[in-house]
Design a protein around this ligand. Structure first.
Ligand code: TZP
Ligand code: MG
Length: 203
């Protein structure tokens, strides 16, 4: 989640509320039209990291390994076109959480071989939050990954609402990764709690 995902509200407030509702991991993803860059992006990241620290919620940076290193983030999440997980971990330290986006069994296998800790799998459903999203895969992809013997944590992503999360979890996902259903909800805390209620936790 980033500043452009919060329906004009302060992202710090939105994150506080989301965490109060049960979110267990946060990814700083400052992307898209109107997003902050440079110093302003760092300032927001630091504020959000402080909220996470206070709550004991891991703070993950999307894409920007330099930012993750400078901030001492808990981890990094990257796409297929980025550096392999092992090199990110050696840059950030061995404790760092490394997440990779995967869209097929082949991509998943490669990411795991490279040392990924978890995979973001999607898009599960149509999304407005990523302009260059790949074609919709549906929960079936998660089932396919599990049937190929993949056991590392998988989180579904893309267009997931509390109503659409159950098939993702039933397909074998450990959690769901959500932007708009929480960040643009009238009450982010209640929205997060609606996910938490489904499986005891929300990511
Ligand atoms: N990667 C695949 S779909 C997506 C990303 C970052 C966007 C998810 O946002 P939303 O609002 O939960 O659909
Ligand atoms: Mg990326």
């Amino acid at each position: 989640m980033g500043s452009v995902n919060c329906a004009g509200r302060n992202p710090v407030t939105v994150l506080r509320e989301a965490i109060a509702g049960g979110v267990t991991m946060f990814q700083f993803r400052e992307k898209g039209a109107g997003s902050l860059t440079g110093q302003a992006a760092y300032e927001l990241a630091r504020e959000l990291q402080a909220v996470c620290r206070e709550a004991g919620v891991p703070f993950i940076v999307n894409d920007d390994v330099d930012m993750a290193a400078v901030l001492g983030a808990d981890g990094i999440h990257v796409g297929q076109e980025d550096a392999p997980a092992a090199s990110l971990r050696s840059r950030l330290g061995h404790e760092a959480i490394v997440g990779v986006s995967a869209h097929s069994v082949e991509e998943a296998g490669r990411a795991i071989a490279d040392g990924a800790d978890y995979l973001g799998v999607g898009p599960m459903y149509p999304t407005l939050s990523k302009s260059d999203a790949r074609p919709v895969q549906g929960p079936l992809l998660i089932q396919e990954l599990r049937s190929h013997g993949i056991t590392i944590p998988l989180v579904g992503i893309g267009g997931i609402t509390p109503e659409k999360a159950p098939p993702v979890l039933a397909a074998g996902a450990d959690g769901v990764s959500v932007i708009s259903a929480i960040s643009q909800a009238e009450e982010p805390g209640l929205a997060a709690a609606a996910f938490t209620a489904l499986y005891g936790r929300a990511t």
